[in-house]
Design a binder for this molecule. Structure first.
Ligand code: ADP
Length: 525
């Protein structure tokens, strides 16, 4: 089967427009995920590096304390406790420090100058015993040059949490190296505040929110800014592993940014696709409209040729009969003359419609307005049609109200509109050959109505019949001749008179077409 041109166009549109654009949409969609993954990765790296540098800083601080302690131990000239005391006073987070030469020679010094109590020594000894294995390993590693302290929870009283850091202090030359166990008692809160948070503030340019969580106590012990959202990255604090550093972006998280971006992108793509779809639908509609118009024009040429040929043949036949003198009676002759006049009127009407239509289309049609009596125009036209109507067996009722005021109009154009309505009423009447013409006035308008009892017009077609070339698709209409121009001209003519044409019709019952002229708004000449 041959493909219809419309199907071909739809097919071409799909190939030429939809496929590339939807491929692009899909590509964008996939690409967007890749881009996002890249951004996400580099962002995570950034968070990692911030946490790393904080950890590194804590480590450095510890190393400085460690080496300070080492110096004190090596250079002390007798009063180790006093030296330790002096050192502690300068280090806020350090609550106490000890140096343990042996279980019986421990220097435990408290920062606030209090003397350590017996139970403190016992507690320390208990921890040393408990962590013996770890301590041994730690000392071994320290000898190899790698110091990693052991962190133990010392006490947890209310808000205050103290951690004990155990590490070895090496003395002597490499060959005869002696290791002494030393340690710091650290206040977690003070450490976080003075070391961890300070470093974070130094690095942060306001982009990040930072917190420190105590994993043992399962609560946040510090945050740079209050936030309800979850943190994006968390990392153990190397020095005090029961604490973890947590970080996220200020305000919305990257996940949310990505989500929002995805949503915006999707909405944008959807809008673009919808606009495109609408554009294509609009284009297809226009193409289909143009194609219908082209088909209607072809029908029009066929219809008009037919319309011209029929009256011409009739006129010729009647004229030849008369010429040959074959018509004997005067009455018959008169009938022939009337027939010729009627057919000529029809022809003129058709040609006028076509000429007017083409002039209107090319913007060349001119109208001449003057105050005229519509009743007179109706009477004159009806007189012209009288014989024709009678011949076709029509019952005609003309009802013209009195005192219809004159209105400004192009009488020729209005007559043409009226004649088109009369023609249609005749053409589309079947057995019930009754036409009513009514000219009347209501509060605002003067109305000229032409009613028939013909085939009627389906509701859904009633708007379209005023389009140029449009003819109702029923077989009844196809059997009648016509150009499809009549009503489009009527509508146009009423438009230039600031009026309108209204149709009321029921299939099988008949139609009433009313030309409505506004009284006050009628056009100035
Ligand atoms: P034409 O009459 O030459 O076909 P018109 O523009 O005058 O063109 O009318 C358009 C169509 O409207 C007609 O083809 C017909 O289908 C419908 N129509 C117009 N007047 C009537 C009427 N009085 N009764 C039924 N159908 C009508």
């Amino acid at each position: 089967m041959k493909k219809s041109p419309f199907k071909k166009i739809v097919f071409t549109v799909i190939i030429a427009l939809f496929i590339p654009i939807f491929s692009y949409t899909t590509f964008q969609f996939v690409q967007r995920n890749k881009d996002e993954e890249m951004i996400r990765k580099s962002y995570r790296r950034q968070l990692d590096s911030i946490l790393f540098s904080i950890n590194q800083h804590c480590w450095d601080v510890f190393r400085s304390w460690d080496s300070a302690l080492e110096t004190i131990v090596t250079t002390t000239n007798g009063d180790l406790s006093a030296d330790l005391q002096r050192f502690l006073r300068e280090q806020k987070p350090l609550i106490a420090s000890f140096v343990r030469y042996s279980p019986i020679r421990i220097y435990l010094v408290l920062q606030d100058g209090r003397i350590a109590r017996k139970k403190d020594y016992q507690k320390l000894e208990g921890i040393v015993t408990k962590e013996q294995n770890k301590i041994k390993k730690m000392i071994k590693r320290a000898r190899e040059g790698y110091v990693k302290p052991i962190a133990v929870t010392w006490s947890r009283e209310g808000e205050q949490s103290l951690s004990l850091l155990l590490f070895p202090v090496l003395q002597g030359t490499k060959a005869s190296r002696k290791s002494i166990l030393a340690g710091f008692l650290i206040d977690d809160d003070l450490f976080v505040e003075n070391v961890v948070a300070r470093k974070f503030t130094e690095i942060n340019d306001g982009t990040f929110v930072f917190a420190v969580r105590d994993k043992d106590a399962k609560n946040i012990i510090y945050f740079s800014e209050e936030t309800e959202d979850d943190f994006e990255k968390s990392e153990k604090l190397w020095l005090l592993p029961h604490l973890s550093l947590e970080i996220k972006m200020q305000g919305i998280t990257l996940g949310e940014i990505a989500k929002r971006r995805t949503l915006t992108n999707l909405v944008f793509l959807a809008v673009v696709d919808i606009v495109l779809l609408l554009g294509v639908l609009y284009m297809l509609r226009n193409i289909s409209h143009e194609m219908t118009l082209a088909r209607l024009k072809t029908d029009f040429v066929a219809n008009v040729s037919h319309e011209l040929r029929t009256p011409l043949a009739l006129i010729r036949m009647h004229a030849e009969t008369l010429e040959m003198g074959r018509v004997s009676s005067d009455e018959k002759k008169q009938n022939y003359y009337h027939a010729i006049v009627a057919e000529t009127t029809r022809l003129t009407q058709l040609i006028n419609n076509i000429l007017d239509f083409s002039q209107i289309e090319s913007d060349k049609k001119e109208y001449h307005f003057a105050k005229k009596d519509l009743s007179e125009l109706v009477r004159r036209t009806m007189a012209m049609y009288f014989f024709h109507l009678q011949q076709k067996g029509f019952q005609v009722n003309v009802n013209i109200d009195e005192h219809i005021p004159e209105i400004k109009m192009d009488a020729e154009a209005v007559q043409q509109a009226f004649m088109n309505l009369l023609d249609n009423a005749m053409k589309f009447s079947m057995d019930q050959k009754q036409i009513d013409v009514h000219l009347y006035q209501n509060s605002k308008n003067i109305i000229l109505a032409v009613s028939d009892r013909g085939i009627g017009i389906p509701q859904q077609e009633q708007r379209r019949i005023f389009e140029k070339f449009y003819r109702v698709g029923s077989s009844l209409v196809h059997n009648t001749k016509g150009s499809g121009l009549g009503l489009s001209l009527v509508k146009y003519i009423m438009g230039i008179h600031n009026g309108r044409v209204i149709v009321k019709s029921r299939v099988g019952e008949g139609s009433t077409f009313s030309l409505v002229f506004p009284v006050d708004k009628s056009r100035e000449a």
